[in-house]
Write a protein that binds this ligand. Structure first.
Ligand SMILES: Nc1nc2c(ncn2[C@@H]2O[C@H](COP(=O)(O)OP(=O)(O)O)[C@@H](O)[C@H]2O)c(=O)[nH]1
Ligand SMILES: [Mg+2]
Length: 331
């Protein structure tokens, strides 16, 4: 199936969540487009400003603009309606490396929680995910949502409360575990995070769980300390499952815009990151940052968060994302 010939989506939380970014984008190009049928330099300039204003970032914006200008030059007399389709195509094409690795987006999204897709590799049993990121970005919430969606698709999930730094962190994860109906392994506040991770993976192996998700504390103020702690957690898990963790997922707060990009750079110095989740895109006009992050890091963005509910964590599809973000027929 080609780009943008997608099936109708079953819910509109992505469109709702990206509402502010979309509104910001179109309000920036409205004046330049007004009364025009054909794209001119002024329209292109306003698109460039709008991309930067949506927090796509300067480097990625100039890459997009090069592609867009090239297409507009080749096609001659491109209408102001058509330019949006070209923009969506070029961005989706640019993000290929960060997405589904050849699996059609529809299939990728629909089977993410069920079969062996690029999101999770269920041939590994248990498939071990370690969640990392700075405090407050949405790690625990994202774990709860992933666990819930996996459980609903019939997977046996076990989560490990290895953020033992604050009592509230364990309690919060516990609430999510109960709500999702999945098992949690926890210890007292202040316990050794690596010991919790070890117990979780051991228990998962003993009970035949499909997926293990490990929460961690994100204290970035001391990079060496963080690095050592994450390394220690990884190493103890390897004692039980030699190729664990199968995924080290960095969670970023999308509402911080370009700061999220800086955080990603900092974190990737402390540990090897294999995937990204970008949260809190709802209520923010900085949703374009996902495009910048995906393009700059070449690490797959697996999830985006567009709200507080379980269903508001979306498997990232570059097609769905740009389609929603740059479609002016959507409010
Ligand atoms: N609006 C919105 N809030 C979110 C999203 N993801 C997380 N949050 C909120 O962000 C806050 C911090 O989340 P938490 O999971 O505790 O972050 P952690 O410190 O990284 O574990 C909580 O109030 C969450 O409800 C999202 O996608 N949208
Ligand atoms: Mg937390």
């Amino acid at each position: 199936m080609g780009l943008f010939s997608r099936k109708k989506k079953t819910d509109d939380s992505l469109d709702l969540g990206l509402h502010k970014t979309r509104r910001g984008f179109f309000s920036r190009i409205a004046d330049a487009i007004m009364g025009k049928t054909v794209v001119d330099d002024e329209v292109l300039e306003s698109i460039e400003e709008a991309l930067i204003g949506s927090d796509v970032g300067i480097d990625t914006t100039s890459e997009i603009m090069d592609r867009l200008q090239e297409r507009v030059r080749k096609e001659k007399g491109v209408s102001t309606d058509r330019v949006m389709d070209i923009l969506k195509e070029e961005i989706a094409d640019m993000l290929t490396c960060s997405s589904t690795n050849g699996i059609p987006d529809d299939e990728y999204v629909e089977t993410a929680f069920k079969d062996n897709s690029k999101v999770f590799d269920f041939s590994k049993k248990p498939y071990v995910i370690m969640i990392v990121g700075v405090n407050g970005v949405g790690k625990t919430t994202t774990i709860g949502k992933i666990a819930s969606q996996l459980k609903d698709s019939g997977k046996r999930v076990m989560i490990g409360a290895a953020d033992t730094f604050r009592a509230a962190a364990v309690e919060q994860l516990d609430i999510w575990a109960q709500r999702a109906g999945v098992e949690i392994v926890k210890q007292k506040m202040g316990a050794d995070p690596a010991a919790v991770a070890f117990d979780t993976v051991s228990s998962a192996v003993a009970k035949g769980a499909d997926v293990v998700i490990i929460d961690t504390a994100g204290r970035l103020h001391n990079k060496i300390g963080l690095m050592n702690e994450l390394t220690k957690i990884k190493n103890v898990m390897k004692k039980v499952v030699p190729d664990a963790p199968h995924d080290v997922m960095l969670v970023l707060d999308g509402s911080t815009g370009q700061n999220a990009l800086i955080q990603a750079k900092e974190f990737s110095k402390a540990t090897d990151i294999s995937s990204l989740a970008v949260t809190k895109l709802d209520g923010s006009a900085k949703g374009g940052v996902v495009i910048g992050i995906a393009e700059q890091f070449k690490i797959p963005v697996k999830f985006i968060g567009v709200g507080e509910k379980v269903g508001d964590l979306k498997v990232f599809s570059r097609e769905d994302f740009v389609d929603s973000l740059f479609d002016k027929t959507k409010d």
